[in-house]
Write a protein that binds this ligand. Sequence first.
Ligand code: PMP
Length: 353
Amino acid sequence: MGYFRPAIEAMTGYVPGEQPPPGTPVIKLNTNENPYPPSPQAMAVLHSLDSEWLRRYPDPYGREVRQAVSQGLQVPEDWVIVTNGSDDLLNILIRACAEGHSRPVAYPTPTYVLYRTLAALQPAQVIEIPYPENYRLPLDELVAAQAAVTLIASPNSPSGHSVPVVDLGRLAQRLSGILAIDEAYVDFADTSALELVQQHANVLLLRTLSKGYGLAGLRLGFGLAQPELIAGLFKVKDSYTVDAVAMAVGAAALRDQAYKDQRAKQIKASRTRLIRELRRLGFTVPDSQGNFVLATVPMGSAQALTQALKQRGILVRYFNQPGLDDKLRITIGTEAQNQQLLEILQALLANAH
Ligand code: PMP
């Protein structure tokens, strides 16, 4: 007998992007972090906390964060659940709702690979529906699946496209299970599906402080849904998975929307320039609503280019899977980092001639 349940023995573990320790001299464009520091107000709270914040258990309800979200987004506090990053909320959601063949998980692909891992862990049947080339939402196929949980990342990673809110609304209307809209990258997008939470009892919106707020190391995320759905998720959440320091610092970041918005604006302007310059170098790059771009190399292989960049101190993410053969996903860095990337790419491509 193996040590593990058959589902665990059979699955491939999730492989996260490389995370060298802070201080390593690399340009890190591989895991869609924010290249700028978090809000100074959040840093001030971090430095102000005394030992009591470490000695005592954290608030299991995350009230300070719920209050900050409630004020920022104009939703009642009991419409919010606070989690250890949005990965934790995805885990809670799948554990709460999915099981075997009778309660499957569905999502369009390519998308965030963790969805498959969490379903495999459960285990729950996975229904993967490929996006067409134009990335229109495969609405009828997702409706036909009638999964217990339908997951849509919008903006999606690594494609960078956003799903129109009207399509998400139609989908919510036609599903009897939960529609989870993963808005990890919403701070860099032109639209949000927030209004759907009010309109549909089966919609759960997932947000994170890892991207727009520049707090990926803090591990803080939250979900927005109507109270009945939130109450069900609370039953599954461990009491103390979100630490006290993360909540105090994260709440301060949430109260400083102006800082987040200003950084997001900067990153969006850099995104426009990076896309334009990559296209000038011959890369095929679709428009993006995230803090990253997906690039097809003009010559040679993306895998070889990923390695060559790594040797020169730049980390990017390599993708090779159905619907995404041999692509690079590049996180938007600071202007100086993007410039360095472009110069190195230009030199590498010139040598390849
Ligand atoms: N959703 C998507 C689509 C993501 O790309 C990521 C980050 N890689 C997450 C959720 C998870 O973010 P976090 O757990 O840091 O909140």
